[in-house]
Design a binder for this molecule. Structure first.
Ligand code: 5GP
Length: 195
């Protein structure tokens, strides 16, 4: 089956707190999708129990800027002030070499850039939260960011929500179980898997 493997890219983008990470983690557990997570590089500090080389490649701002200069990124963004995030070209190469499809948990601008670079191979999905107020509640519950950082994320969310129509598909994450099923169904369709 894997001999005529054609690598695909699955982009899940959304404002912070929309639940896209939960959706991506769920999809990664489904063997039938044959997925591997694209580990982004970031200049921000690790949070909670995040591990280097698993959740992110945590690198210094200096290293990050060097990668930009040497054109090592497929896409990168200064998602928040002085917090850089990017997908290294070697990530996609690493995953396709394993004959697996790539799944990304990245911001809206980065997601659209990947789609533009690989239009036929990419399914871009926007995960929509019920409302900006609900986002605020979720981010507060998560207790991983300061009040100031939460406000920064909320301010960005309104701008990000406006980009939803540019994505191939939109999943409304109002009820997690429903959203997970919808995500699975989109994946199956794109990979042309028989149910
Ligand atoms: P967090 O700090 O919560 O892990 O991530 C902040 C935002 O940056 C999230 O929207 C996350 O999806 C996004 N992000 C993570 N990795 C990348 C990446 O490689 N490129 C881009 N453009 N955004 C990313």
């Amino acid at each position: 089956m894997k001999d005529n493997f054609v690598g695909k890219l699955f982009v899940f983008s959304a404002p912070s707190g929309s639940g896209k990470t939960t959706i991506v983690r769920h999809l990664l557990k489904q063997e039938k999708f044959n997925l591997e997570f694209s580990i982004s590089a970031t200049s921000r500090d690790p949070r909670g129990d995040e591990r280097n080389g698993i959740d992110y490649y945590f690198i210094s701002l200096k290293e990050f800027k060097n990668h930009i200069k040497t054109d090592h990124f497929l896409e990168w963004e200064e998602v928040y002030r002085d917090n850089f995030y990017g997908t290294l070209k070697t990530e996609v190469e690493r995953i396709w070499a394993q004959k697996k499809h790539v799944i990304f948990d990245i911001d809206v601008a980065g997601g659209l850039r990947i789609k533009k670079k690989f239009p036929n191979e990419t399914l871009s999905v926007f995960v929509k939260p019920p409302s900006v107020d609900e986002l605020k509640i979720r981010l507060k519950k998560r207790k991983t960011e300061s009040e100031e950082k939460i406000n920064m994320r909320i301010a960005k969310a309104s701008i990000e929500l406006a980009t939803a129509p540019q994505f191939d598909k939109i999943i409304k994450n109002y009820d997690l179980e429903v959203a997970l099923k919808e995500a699975e169904s989109l994946m199956s369709d794109f990979l042309e898997l028989k149910e």
